[in-house]
Design a protein around this ligand. Structure first.
Ligand code: SAM
Length: 267
């Protein structure tokens, strides 16, 4: 496409997306034009985007921690906020560490960790078969393993007591608040990826309770939560016997609770 044709098409597509309410219309227009290999494909993409389909489902990928992560329709779209969870976990994952990404969705967190922490033994798990299929594509490249099933029951038993870093961005939206989420999330992302039960912490509660039997001595559990829910999330970690702290990033508008299993000191 010549520069003039691109400019014309870019302005026209931007205007249509802006009219449909897309906040980042200019950037989205550029991405959709690049993704379409024919005018009729571009037309279909614009119509789908204008009707509210998440941009990432149309592109087939999301940008996360500087990587393109494959995202299939019906799989949670990784959020920029969650890059903070990766940043915190990467500081704790030494070369050779056993790392588990529970509730992995597309596998974005695990894949980004493998890219930033170097040679780790990576396992990821999710209960949703669509997420597992998608995560396999993202995590295979990092030499990781993806398991399907409910929380820890998906993991190989050999990992008990061996996990150095256990990360989870589990669903944490209270059931009553789902209806207030942006339509892109509530209409297109699966409920199992969003709904955290009455107080939003049902899944986190189960993760924290069982974490000590999967963590290695001195191993870490990190869970993304909201600033409002953080004190309760931290209390769940405390009940599980983990020494706990809460960290917050203004830059990412993100909150992470970290818990450490006690080290074993030999005499
Ligand atoms: C908020 S999404 C996060 C996905 C991914 N970690 C990310 O940050 O992009 C939560 C994920 O948890 C998964 N999930 C919900 N309940 C689960 C359970 N009981 N066991 C395993 N995975 C679960 C959902 O299928 C969904 O993929």
């Amino acid at each position: 496409m010549s520069a003039t044709t691109f400019q014309h098409s870019h302005s026209a597509v931007t205007a249509r997306l802006r009219w449909a309410g897309c906040v980042f219309a200019e950037d989205e227009a550029r991405l959709l034009i690049a993704a379409a290999h024919a005018p009729e494909v571009l037309e279909r993409l614009i119509e789908q985007r204008a009707s509210g389909l998440p941009l990432e489902y149309l592109l087939g990928w999301a940008e996360f921690c500087g990587q393109h992560i494959a995202v299939d329709p019906g799989v949670f779209v990784p959020r920029r906020r969650t890059e903070y969870l990766v940043q915190e976990a990467a500081r704790l994952a030494r070369p050779g560490a056993v790392v588990v990404d529970l509730c992995c969705g597309s596998g974005a967190v695990g894949a980004a960790l493998a890219a930033s922490a170097g040679s780790i033994e990576l396992h990821a798990a999710d209960v949703d078969p669509a997420a597992v299929r998608c995560a396999r594509r993202n995590i295979a490249a990092a030499g990781g393993h993806v398991h399907e099933g409910d929380l820890y029951s998906a993991l190989p038993d050999a990992l008990r007591g061996q996990v150095d870093v256990l990360v989870a961005n589990a669903p944490y939206v209270p059931t009553d608040s789902i209806g207030m989420m942006p339509p892109e999330a509530r209409l297109h992302e699966p409920l199992v990826a969003l709904d955290g039960g009455a107080d939003g912490l049902d899944v986190q509660r189960r993760i924290a309770e069982e974490a000590p039997s999967w963590l290695a001595p001195g191993g870490w559990l990190l869970i993304e939560t909201s600033a409002r829910q953080a004190p309760t999330t931290a209390a769940l970690f405390g009940h599980a016997g983990l020494s706990t702290r809460v960290v917050h990033s203004e830059e990412f508008d993100a909150t992470v609770v970290l818990g450490k299993r006690q080290e074993i000191h030999r005499k």
